[in-house]
Design a protein around this ligand. Sequence first.
Ligand code: NAP
Length: 298
Amino acid sequence: MIAKSVRIGFIGLGLMGKPMAQNLMKRGYNLTVYNRSSSSIQELTSLGAAAALSPREVAEGSDVVIDMVTDAPDVEQVLLGPRGVIEAARDGLTVIDMSTNSPRIATKIAGALAEKKVKFLDAPVSGGDKGARDGTLAIMVGGEKSVFDSCLPVFQSMGKSIFYMGESGAGQATKLCNQVVVAIHTLATSESLLLGSTFGLNLDELLKVLGSGAAGSWNLSNLGPKIIQRDFEPGFKAAHLYKDLKSIMHMAEEENVMLPGVATVYELFNGVLADKKGEKGTQVLATFLEKLASREIK
Ligand code: NAP
């Protein structure tokens, strides 16, 4: 089991990474942090974290390095690139990638790090920015079981439901399945509110009804009220869901698996991004449907 004396490095202090790092500090871990832009670094150092100037420097001062950046190229850059974690590789170092990318990237990174005797887990999360703040994330992990077991206390500091899914890549594979449901539920919530609005229903009451029966979902309860209040600020950015859908479509095509629901939402989010709304929350899909229907949800 990992003791609190273990030094943790954290790379990527965005909507998810910052509260996750804060929760590790609240549990008593010593943190060294790095972020590309500086504002969130200062927030963490004011709480007692040490700041590093590069991912390599993070790894030099840590026993376990966690990254929570955007997409596969970003993960490769901070872990395997120049001034990356790999430049501080040594026996005994463990790296955990908690961002969402793909099983293939996870196995590639696991292989590159294993050559330098560094252990690696892919451990993407679900539960949104709220789950990150509350420390209630679901965490799905791939890699060696003994490494997972030793890192369990670290995961338990950030999440409530921790699952070991199998060998390297199994965490990312699970997360892509998760995103199939998340994406289709985002469309379902948006379409249901648009139809309810067309019928002239009280939308707050409609959400209560749907949430209390078979139509209930995380998306409905968390994003439904935001759509009604026209709050499109990001908890999870539309551009990030689009990158996940792109990964799913890519893998489905390679495996000859037909996913018509995902294909539809993928095209809709392509439109959302073309509409320059990628930095908004995923619930902004509702406004795109409003445009197509020439009606407002109210
Ligand atoms: P975010 O707010 O955009 O934060 C991304 C962070 O990564 C930022 O701090 C960014 O630095 C840093 N970063 C990106 N590329 C980098 C690079 N090449 N080098 C160094 N730093 C880099 O995104 P987020 O919402 O926290 O999401 C992070 C990951 O979690 C994504 O893979 C996302 O799909 C996944 N996820 C998100 C949610 C959610 O609800 N938000 C839920 C589950 C999973 P800057 O500050 O300099 O831009």
